[in-house]
Design a protein around this ligand. Sequence first.
Ligand code: URA
Ligand code: SF4
Length: 205
Amino acid sequence: MVKDGNNGAAEFLPDRLDLNALRDAAASCEGCDLYRNATRTVFGEGPKQARFMLVGEQPGDQEDRQGHPFVGPAGRVLDRGLEEAGIERDDVYLTNAVKHFSFTPRGKRRIHQKPTAAEIDACHPWLDAELAVVKPEVIVVLGATAARSLLGRSFRVTQHRGEPVPLGEAVAVATIHPSAVLRAPDRDEAYAGFLADLQAAARIR
Ligand code: URA
Ligand code: SF4
């Protein structure tokens, strides 16, 4: 078979669906071209029993270096929000729609690039498998990329944020991405809205 690297993640899925097997298999995924320049796959983390699954966009610079989701600046906003919404960390499985860092080099810096629709689709089998194993009650959709992956291309976060929507056996609540809080002209206002959406998710169960 000629490998063009663009067939998506499905062919890399392990036979056995458990989190360790998934993480090991994802480490050598070549389902799209993003694996070529990123340091490593950043897979989801958290207990299998978690009632909440939080889905971000893709690992950032820090996540790519350290190998864990949401350990950079956006992660600090997220941690604060979870704590203030009363969502316990050990009740949370944290992952991303796309599992490799997409960037363009600028001098020594690596500038975050939004993943393409094709990359989001290519990586979807990993997210689907995580959902199948963890079976969360509540899915918190962090920003437009996660929404595209989970709720389809016509879903608009700005119009439907904070609203519970059925998603499989679970209920999803979308909100803005925590890095959008950091970029907002009025950070306090943006954070308050983000927190209100997390509180809406926390009230579901
Ligand atoms: N932004 C994301 O969407 N995910 C991470 O893991 C870090 C930053
Ligand atoms: Fe595989 Fe997803 Fe990485 Fe693409 S971004 S290589 S589909 S793990």
